[in-house]
Write a protein that binds this ligand. Structure first.
Ligand SMILES: CC(C)(COP(=O)(O)OP(=O)(O)OC[C@H]1O[C@@H](n2cnc3c(N)ncnc32)[C@H](O)[C@@H]1OP(=O)(O)O)[C@@H](O)C(=O)NCCC(=O)NCCS
Length: 144
């Protein structure tokens, strides 16, 4: 596991392309632009996963997280999420938000296992018509 910088934008785009459906994958320029902004931070797992998050004032948000298909169910996303939570804490965030598609049960299971609670829903949010579920995790009272 290592902290990603703009220099890793191509690697992140390649991982994203492998993990997501083509229309949902982010390109190198998108990662480079996001990582040029110091409110954003990211970690890469060498076996094939990444997380990118943002912390502004006391709120943080997971912008994207993925593991390539060949490396799934080995705890990689779980570890990436732990790193994102710890970094959000370090940046003095008190709550961590994310959005997940209502038809993405693997991701929902991951977040629920980490203590996230559903706090809202955006109907018909994604291009395929799926709803977006809004999840949040209070990290205020955690040590790390
Ligand atoms: C969702 C995703 C990130 C999970 O990555 P992963 O590295 O396989 O996840 P982990 O191995 O860390 O799983 C941790 C826990 O999450 C849950 N989980 C993960 N995948 C699951 C699945 N397919 N079915 C049920 N539960 C699952 C389980 O509780 C799992 O613990 P366990 O393996 O001990 O049962 C991965 O499937 C992925 O990249 N999907 C495509 C991209 C995506 O949907 N990203 C999230 C967008 S919101």
């Amino acid at each position: 596991m290592f902290a990603a910088t703009r220099a890793h934008a191509a690697l992140m785009a390649a991982l994203h392309r492998e993990a997501f459906a083509a229309e949902a994958a982010w390109d190198e320029e998108s990662f480079a632009t996001l990582l040029a902004n110091p409110v954003n931070f990211a970690f890469i797992h060498e076996t094939g996963g990444l997380v990118l998050a943002q912390a502004v004032l006391d709120q943080a948000e997971i912008l994207t997280i993925c593991t390539i298909p060949a490396a799934r169910r080995q705890g990689i996303a779980s570890l990436l999420l732990d790193y994102a939570i710890t970094e959000s804490k370090r940046r003095l965030s008190e709550v961590l938000f994310l959005e997940v598609a209502a038809d993405n049960s693997p991701a929902q299971a991951l977040y629920l296992a980490h203590g996230f609670k559903q706090t809202g829903k955006r109907t018909n949010y994604y291009p395929n018509g799926a709803d977006a579920l809004l999840y949040s995790l209070s990290i205020k009272d955690r040590l790390f």
